[in-house]
Design a protein. Sequence first.
Length: 302
Amino acid sequence: MNNKRFAHFLALIIMLVWGMSYLSIKVVVSEINPTVSAFYRFFIAAIILFIVLKVKFPQEKVLKEDRLRMALGGLFGVALYFFFENYSVFFTSASNVAILISTIPIFTLFSQRIIFKEKLTLYKVIGAALSVIGIIIIIASKERISLFSTGTLGDLMALGAALCWVVYNVVTSKFKGNYKSITVTTYQAIWGCIFLSPSLLFYKAIIPSRNAVLNLLFLSVFCSCVAYAIYIYCLPKLGPTVLTTYINLQPIVSLISAKLLLQEEVTIYQVFGSLIIIAGVFIVSFGEKLRISKWINFKFSS
């Protein structure tokens, strides 16, 4: 298995873990303030990552030229993203959050085009569009959608999270140094904790339930340590456009998890939407390599 194929496999693993994280976030923020819970999550993750980094790779150093990018990664990819996401899950429905988070691949397409002059091939546009259509079908079949309705602050925060993740991809895509993924993940987690730490001054500490603690540990260890490190590893190999398209697989994971854990009904519309999302991800990831057709390989003029 070559590095690129392995990266595609790892991207699927990331989305499996992150797709299940919404259930855990819902449990945690029901007991702990959303901003404080984000701090706890990355504080635990930063400690684990720092110990592993210093034991396994003590020679790893961050170049001066990359320190600002590390800090910006922690600001946009940790502090601001999870500030917005945790509050969006707290304030609005999971359906509204998911449909707005699904705009990440679209924003990424255009940000990569504008900033890095990446060519917008037709298969990337079609794949991203199919993924969004599939998500809309899944979510619309589950419950009523009312985006940006009066007083729905959570909807705006979900969109804010999507935009923060796009900025995070831009910041993390280009480093002067050649770092191991755990190095980038560790320092971004540390910076994220620093930016989130003022929340401790405004909210009273509470003793959460065992269920909340277990879910917080899942978010810290698997979602923040393991999945973030894998994401950083995959980013240069697949590129932001391809990798962020995998984000649209998260609602499928959430759908299956809800069925298995909560015994929710799965409708034919949800299955149909899932198949469309998978088709979209496949086209973005493998369309050019497999040369699905001549018109799919047509490239827009630069």
